[in-house]
Write a protein that binds this ligand. Structure first.
Ligand code: PRX
Length: 629
C-alpha cells in the first residue's frame, strides 16, 4: 500500500473512496494485533457513532516497541536534545525504550493505576514524558497530557473533567533562560481536585519541591522498586487510548477522546506516507507532546513506524535564533516538521543564523498548525530547503488525530500556502452558506469531511451531546471542521482559517469564551468581548474589548491585572496583545455581540464594517473605533 508515485497516489485514493473497508483493512494488516479485526467500519454520522476495527484487539505499545526488538532493537528510537546546548544529548534505542516503558508501567501499577484509569501528565519535553505516555498505553490507562505552559487553574479544570487518579509531573522545566516550577503549579491545581490520589515527580531542574506525604513520590525512587517485565494489556481497538483537550467556540475546553486501533493505523500510515519516511531517516518534529502534533508525530506515528524521532526540550530562540539549525546539523536531521509561527520568527533573524549550519541532510520539510503565509513558505523553501526539499503543508486537527490534507513529499505537487490534496481515505467537502455541498472548483466554503477516517476522535469525554452539536449538527451528514477553505481550479485545498470563535495564536487554539470568562473574573470588569486580529509573528493575536464598572483611573494598572488574571487562569499564551476599555459593545437587539464588527475594528479595517443598523445602539461602534488601539 506504499505510495511512491503520483499514479499510486491516485490509485490509492480511488480505492480508499470506492472500497474504504478494503483499503483500511489491508493497511491494518501491517500491524501486530492480538486478534485481527474482521469488522472494519461501522458508522453513523447522525448519532454520531464511529467504530473502526471494532472486534480487533491490540496494544499500541507492542506496535511501537515490542515488534521492533528483533529487527531494529538497537536502532535509536529517541534522540533527545536538551534546552541547554552544553548538556549532552541522549540516544535511546528501541530496546532501552522498551525496558524504560515496562519499568514505568510497573511503577504506575504499584501506585494503584489499572486499565481505564485516567492519568494526567504535566511534564517538560524530556524522554520520561514519552515513557510516561507509552507506559499508560501499555497498561491500558488513559493518558491526558496537559501542555506544561498551562496555569494551575487550567490544569485543575482538565484533571477534574477527566477525573484523573494520578498526576505525573516534574520538579520543574527549562524553557530558554526560564525555569518553571511545575510541581508548585500542580500543588496549587490539586487544591481544587479530589480524584487524584498519587503524584509521581521526576527530578529535572533540581528546584525545591514540597512532597506531600502519602501522595507524592519521586520517579527515581519508584523505578528502583520494580523490574522491567510488563506484559502489555490487551485492548479492544475501540478502547480509549487518550484524552486531549482543545479549545472550542464556547465553554470549557473539550476533552477529545481517541481510541487505540484506528488512531494507531492512521498515524502510522500518514507518518510514513506524507513524509515518505525511509528506514534510517532521522525525523524531527519541533512540537510539544502537550499538543496533538506531539502525540501523533513525535510519539505514536514515528515509533510505530520504527523511525528515529528527535525530542527537543528547548525553544527556537535559545541560546540564539540559530538553535533549530544547529540541532538539524548536529543530528543530521532528514525530515523537519515545524509550525509557521516558528518559521515567521526565524525568518526575522539574520540569515547568518541559518547559513552557519550545515543543513545538507534535509530531504523533507513540513508545517502544521495554522495557515502559512506566502513569504514564510518561500523563505522556508529557499533558505532551509535550499530549493530542493518538498514542503508538506499538513492540515489537520486535535479532533482528526492525524494529517488529513497535505502534499505527499516529492510525489504530489506543492503550491505555496496550499495544503493541496486529501490523504487517501479522506473525503473533504466544501459547504456553501446555504448548507449545500459545492461541487465546482475555484470556490470557497466551509470545510467538512464526508466520510469517517480511522483516527477521528470518537467523542468528547463525558459529553457526547456536545460532540454531536459541535461537529455533526451544523451540516447534517458531515463532520464540520470549523475551518474556511478554498478549492482552486485544479482541486487543491487551501485552508483560510477558523470560521468560528476559536483564535489560533502562534499555532495554539484559544477559545474566545474561555478568555472572556477569565477577564470577567476581575472585580472591575462588567463584560468582555474577545476577537482575533492579524499579527506578523503570531499569525493572530488576541484583542479584548472590556467594559468596566467605573471609569478607569489607571488603565495601565488595570491592563496588568487583567493580563496576570488571564495568565493565571489559562496560561501566558492566552494573554491579549491589546485591551481596549469601552463604554459599550455592539449588540443586536437580542443581546448577541456582533463580533464581526469588532474583528474589523481590531484589524483596522474600519471601512468595511457592513450593516450596523440592526444594532441596539449603533453609536457604540463610532466610540469603539475612536478608541481603537
Ligand atoms: O484552523 C486549522 C489550523 O489549526 C486548527 C487545529 O488546531 P489544533 O487542534 O490545535 O491542531 C493543530 C495541529 C494539528 C485547524 O482547524 N490548522 C492546522 N494545520 C493547518 C491549519 N490551518 C492551515 N493550514 C494548516 N496546515
Amino acid at each position: 500500500m506504499e505510495i511512491r508515485s503520483l499514479e499510486q497516489y491516485h490509485k490509492a485514493y480511488k480505492q480508499s473512496t470506492e472500497d474504504p473497508e478494503g483499503f483500511w483493512g489491508s493497511v491494518a494488516e501491517e500491524f501486530v494485533w492480538r486478534k485481527s479485526p474482521d469488522s472494519i467500519l461501522q458508522w453513523d454520522f447522525e448519532k454520531p457513532e464511529v467504530k473502526w476495527f471494532s472486534d480487533g484487539q491490540l496494544n499500541i505499545t507492542e506496535n511501537c516497541l515490542d515488534r521492533h526488538l528483533d529487527t531494529i532493537g538497537d536502532q535509536t528510537a529517541i534522540i533527545w536534545e536538551s534546552n541547554d546546548p552544553e548538556e549532552d544529548s541522549l540516544k535511546i534505542s528501541y530496546r532501552e525504550l522498551h525496558s524504560l516503558v515496562c519499568r514505568f508501567s510497573n511503577v504506575l501499577k504499584r501506585n494503584g493505576i489499572s486499565k481505564g484509569d485516567r492519568v494526567c501528565i504535566y511534564m517538560p519535553m524530556v524522554p520520561e514524558l514519552a515513557v510516561a505516555v507509552l507506559a499508560c498505553a501499555r497498561i491500558g490507562a488513559v493518558h491526558s497530557v496537559v501542555f506544561a505552559g498551562f496555569s494551575s487553574t487550567a490544569l485543575a479544570d482538565r484533571i477534574n473533567d477527566a477525573k484523573c487518579n494520578l498526576v505525573i509531573t516534574a520538579d520543574g522545566s527549562f524553557r530558554g533562560k526560564k525555569v518553571i516550577d511545575l510541581k508548585s503549579i500542580v500543588d496549587e491545581g490539586l487544591k481544587a481536585s479530589t480524584s487524584v490520589k498519587k503524584v509521581i515527580v521526576l527530578k529535572r531542574t533540581g528546584s525545591a519541591v514540597n512532597l506531600q506525604q502519602g501522595r507524592d513520590v519521586w520517579w527515581h525512587d519508584e523505578i528502583t522498586k520494580v523490574d522491567d517485565h510488563c506484559p502489555a494489556e490487551v485492548m479492544n481497538a475501540e478502547d480509549m487510548l487518550f484524552i486531549l483537550y482543545t479549545s472550542g467556540s464556547t465553554g470549557k475546553p473539550k476533552g477529545m477522546v481517541h481510541t487505540c486501533g484506528g488512531y494507531m493505523v492512521f498515524t502510522t500510515y500518514t507518518f510514513k506516507t506524507v513524509f515518505q519516511y525511509q528506514p534510517g531517516d532521522v525525523y524531527w518534529c519541533t512540537a510539544d507532546i502537550g499538543w496533538i502534533t506531539g502525540h501523533s508525530y513525535i510519539v505514536y506515528g514515528p515509533l510505530s513506524a520504527g523511525a528515529t524521532t528527535v525530542m527537543f526540550e528547548g525553544v527556537p530562540s535559545f541560546p540564539d535564533m540559530g538553535r533549530f539549525w544547529e540541532v538539524v546539523a548536529k543530528h543530521r536531521v532528514n525530515i523537519f516538521y515545524t509550525a509557521p509561527t516558528a518559521i515567521r520568527a526565524l525568518e526575522k533573524a539574520d540569515l547568518s543564523y541559518v547559513n552557519r549550519h550545515d543543513l545538507s541532510s534535509l530531504k523533507v520539510l513540513g508545517t502544521v498548525g495554522e495557515p502559512i503565509n506566502e513569504e514564510a513558505w518561500h523563505w522556508y523553501d529557499q533558505n532551509i530547503g535550499k530549493g530542493k526539499c518538498p514542503i508538506v503543508d499538513t492540515w489537520w486537527q486535535t479532533e482528526t488525530g492525524g494529517i488529513m490534507i497535505s502534499p505527499i513529499a516529492g510525489i504530489t505537487p506543492v503550491k505555496p500556502t496550499y495544503a493541496t490534496f486529501p490523504i487517501p481515505g479522506i473525503q473533504p467537502v466544501l459547504i456553501d452558506e446555504g448548507g449545500s455541498p459545492i461541487e465546482e472548483n475555484d470556490k470557497e466554503g466551509r470545510l467538512c469531511i464526508g466520510f469517517p477516517w480511522p483516527s477521528m476522535a470518537r467523542t468528547i469525554y463525558g459529553n457526547h451531546q456536545r460532540y454531536k452539536e459541535t461537529y455533526f449538527s451544523a451540516y447534517s451528514g458531515y463532520y464540520f471542521t470549523g475551518d474556511g477553505c478554498k478549492r482552486d481550479k485544479d482541486g487543491m485545498y487551501r485552508i483560510t482559517g477558523r470560521v468560528d470563535d476559536v483564535i489560533i495564536v502562534s499555532g495554539h487554539n484559544l477559545g474566545t469564551a474561555e478568555i472572556e470568562s477569565a477577564i470577567d473574573e476581575h472585580h472591575q470588569v462588567v463584560e468582555t468581548a474577545v476577537v482575533g486580529f492579524p499579527h506578523d509573528l503570531k499569525g493572530n493575536a488576541v484583542y479584548a474589548f472590556v467594559i468596566t464598572r467605573d471609569p478607569v483611573d489607571n488603565e495601565e494598572q488595570l491592563r496588568k491585572e487583567i493580563l496576570s488574571l488571564v495568565s493565571d487562569t489559562i496560561g501566558p499564551i492566552a494573554k491579549p496583545d491589546k485591551i481596549q476599555f469601552v463604554a459599550g459593545l455592539p449588540k443586536t437587539r437580542s443581546g448577541k455581540i456582533m463580533r464581526r464588527i469588532l474583528r474589523k475594528i481590531a484589524s483596522r479595517d474600519n471601512k468595511n464594517l457592513g450593516d450596523i443598523s440592526t444594532l441596539l445602539d449603533p453609536s457604540v461602534v463610532e466610540s469603539i473605533k475612536q478608541g481603537a488601539l
